[in-house]
Ligand binder design. Structure first.
Ligand code: NAP
Length: 709
């Protein structure tokens, strides 16, 4: 699969993928970076994109990539993401093999590779559930801008017209790419992926598989393997850069003229000194104390601590500081087996490279010089389990034992400022909840914090105190410790990013991250214009009350604005009493004339709102079997004018939104329903939701069975 599996005596140059073809320079400069096996130091490939036609790649994405993705609706793109997820899922083992070379253990593969595939599945599913089967998305409510309703305004989202350039850090070669690719693809924006050099060979293998799937429209994905330092020079206001990496690189890129004055959209996910706060109630022996210790150990050892979300600062009650240090240290002793991830039993692998190891050691030394005390582990080269199962040193491998520090003075600047990107964390004591909040906030904006407590008042105080400094807060206690996805695992449904130092980005976050790839535009016009632009019928737009009841039309025949108007039906006092008796809803407004009249909203006895919508269904329904398969609910119900006993009402039903399902022989129809009384006042408004067959032919037996379920 990967080009690198075809080993040759000459060290290969890791290829890029531009304009529909794999490409590598003829030769790499002698000082071109070398990607190595993190556990043995063995060279894998030279990494160079020297001489790459970046303007050509960008033009290809803006041209063919935009065109091809633009032909698809949100649902069609979402379905492709799901199919891609299934395709990659079946080939995970091929990627695991390469992932082991990056120093990753089996558990680490799950985070990076399965986690990445999970992002595709999630966007594949959310895209079809939460977005219209269209190319335009409406944002927010309709604004009526003229008295007669002939001039309306509303916000729409359309995809940005350029390319999403995704620059990623070295620590998540697969997940890091897919967390950005999925929302860009769903939005309809082509991606150019630029992984970090040290582990780019794993990203290359994943991209190769994605292309082999044959699912991706041409131009929707390109890959840069190599430095590409002039990348931003070729981008403009049409494009977007989503950067993940260190704060220093982010700062440099943020200051690029194309960002500062060229309108290039730039977001960054940068480093973060994430905290975990242990509540004073979570003393040793409580499930919360155990969960805190487990989380600390897991965060320090997963990916050898090379996660932007890893816990760096353990903020604990001062009186529990020693107990926490002892418990974490014993857990390291019991659980951590350091070595080559390919050897059985290894629970913690290597850092990304010897350079990374040197950086981490240097950072720990700086922290010790600033007042930190090492209470577990050391900077010495550890004995490790080698690939053949033997134990001893591994000079080519970037191995390091977990290192736990503590600080006599918890406000020392170094512990809140230096991100040690490895298996290193600090235990800090606090004497009051306010001090705990202050310490957490000293991270100056972080991706995630954990609060570990089972006392609702403590949790409320801590969460509301730290939320504005964080993109995500996990509350860990006895009730969710077994099911929690953990401190360090952002989920595609929720925000991933954080304020301040964390960069302010929001790569994940469900539909938020899709909208991030789209432009919000206010559109003003008549109801017919807004209907045409958005694919959603707007009040005041044309309606057709034809001879054929709209329930007799399949999706192939139904059009927006197809409508049905019922005759008036009177509601007598007896009807209201009968409904009260049969439902048990004998609220005084329906049963006691004197009390009802004393109510400020009612003229006397009024009909139940639910009676009206039940009767409305009786008024609009066309009962014989046909293309309408089911009613699956209603939304946005509002009762506006009460209907007194003796009044009458009618219902008007209009096809508002038609959403065929891509992988079924039916789809959804949303109907605008309005009830008027005999004086033409609006009594109630709501949307009726139905499932309707695509054609008049009966749906398949399979569909019938699934609907019955
Ligand atoms: P890095 O050195 O800042 O590099 C990040 C990416 O930027 C790499 O792909 C790098 O490419 C690229 N790059 C550097 N200079 C560039 C330029 N002038 N133009 C275009 N691209 C450029 O970070 P790293 O060492 O890979 O990653 C570790 C850091 O990432 C840690 O600080 C960690 O906290 C952070 N991180 C944050 C998150 C998050 O979500 N907040 C997630 C993961 C990691 P080359 O490799 O080719 O130089």
């Amino acid at each position: 699969m990967t080009s690198l599996s075809a080993a040759s005596s000459e060290l290969a140059i890791l290829p890029s993928y531009f304009q529909g073809q794999w490409w590598a320079p003829e030769s790499a400069a002698p000082d071109a970076p070398l990607a190595r096996d993190a556990t043995t130091g063995e060279p894998i490939a030279r990494v160079s994109a020297e001489g790459a036609d970046l303007p050509g790649a960008i033009a290809y994405a803006r041209g063919l990539g935009q065109r091809n993705l633009g032909e698809l609706t949100f649902h069609q793109r979402a379905l492709l993401l799901k199919q891609l997820a299934i395709f990659l899922n079946e080939r995970r083992a091929e990627l695991y093999e390469i992932s082991a070379r990056t120093g990753a253990t089996e558990k680490d593969h799950l985070i990076d590779i399965d986690g990445g595939v999970g992002v595709l599945f999630t966007f594949g599913s959310k895209g079809r559930r939460e977005l219209p089967n269209a190319k335009v998305m409406i944002d927010g409510p309709l604004e009526v801008l003229s008295r007669d309703g002939s001039f309306l305004g509303e916000h729409i989202y359309t995809r940005i017209p350029g390319v999403a350039v995704q620059i990623n850090a070295f620590n998540f070669p697969v997940w890091g790419m897919l967390e950005k690719f999925a929302p860009a693809f769903l939005a309809g924006v082509p991606s150019i992926v630029k992984p970090a050099t040290p582990k780019g060979y794993l990203t290359e293998a994943a991209v190769r598989l994605m292309l082999e799937s044959g699912l991706l429209p041409d131009g929707s994905l390109q890959l840069i393997s190599g430095a590409a330092r002039d990348l931003l020079d070729h981008l403009d206001y049409r494009d977007l850069v989503a950067f993940t990496g260190s704060a220093s690189t982010a700062k440099r890129l943020k200051e690029h003229p194309r960002v500062v004055s060229g309108g290039l959209r730039f977001t960054s996910e940068t480093d973060s000194l994430n905290a975990a706060i242990l509540g004073p109630d979570a003393v040793p022996g409580t499930p919360e104390f155990d969960a805190f210790v487990r989380s600390a150990v897991s965060e320090m050892t997963a990916k050898a601590g090379q996660k932007c979300t890893s816990i760096r600062r353990l903020i604990v009650p001062e009186q529990l500081r020693e107990s926490v240090i002892t418990a974490i240290s014993s857990s390291f002793q019991e659980r951590v087996r350091l070595g080559d991830p390919r050897a059985p039993g290894v629970t913690m692998g290597a850092l990304a490279s010897l350079d990374q190891l040197a950086d981490v050691r240097a950072a720990v030394r700086t922290m010790v010089a600033a007042g930190g005390e090492i209470v577990y582990g050391s900077l010495e080269a550890p004995a490790v389990i080698r690939q053949d199962g033997s134990e001893g040193d591994a000079p080519g491998g970037a191995f390091m034992s977990p290192v736990l520090l503590t600080w006599p003075e918890p406000t020392t600047a170094a512990v809140h400022e230096i991100e040690v990107f490895g298996p290193v964390a600090s235990v800090l004591g606090y004497r009051s909840l306010d001090e705990a909040l202050d310490l957490a906030a000293r991270g100056a904006g972080s991706l995630v914090a954990t609060v570990c407590s089972h006392d609702p008042l403590i949790v409320q105080y801590l969460v509301s105190g730290i939320a504005a400094h964080h993109g995500r807060v996990l509350v860990l206690d006895r009730d969710d410790a077994h099911s929690s996805t953990g401190h360090g695992s952002p989920v595609p449904h929720l925000l991933h990013g954080g304020p301040g130092r964390a960069g302010g980005g929001e790569e994940l976050g469900g539909m938020l991250s899709v909208r991030h790839h789209m432009q919000r535009t206010a559109v003003q016009g008549s109801p017919d214009v807004l209907t045409a632009v958005t694919g959603v019928w707007h009040p005041g737009a044309q309606r057709r009350f034809g001879e054929t009841h709209p329930f007799r039309k399949s999706l192939a025949e139904l059009r927006l604005g197809d409508a049905y108007a019922s005759p008036l039906r009177e509601v007598s006092l007896q009807d209201v009493s009968d409904f009260a008796a049969s439902t048990g809803d004998t609220f005084y407004a329906h049963t006691n004339a004197e009390a009802a009249a004393a109510n400020p909203f009612f003229p006397g006895i009024v009909a139940h709102g639910y009676l009206l919508i039940s009767w409305a269904a009786g008024l609009f329904v066309d009962p014989e079997p046909g293309p309408v398969l089911a009613n699956y609910g209603l939304e946005n119900l509002r009762f506006i004018t009460p209907l007194a006993a003796g009044d009458a009402f009618r219902v008007t039903l209009t096809a508002k939104q038609i959403t065929p399902r891509e992988d079924q022989d039916y789809g959804e129809v949303r109907w605008d329903a309005v009830l008027h009384n005999q004086h033409d006042e609006i009594v109630a408004t709501y949307d009726v939701l139905t499932l309707v067959a695509k054609t008049q032919a009966r749906v398949s037996a399979e569909t019938e069975a699934s609907l019955a379920v």
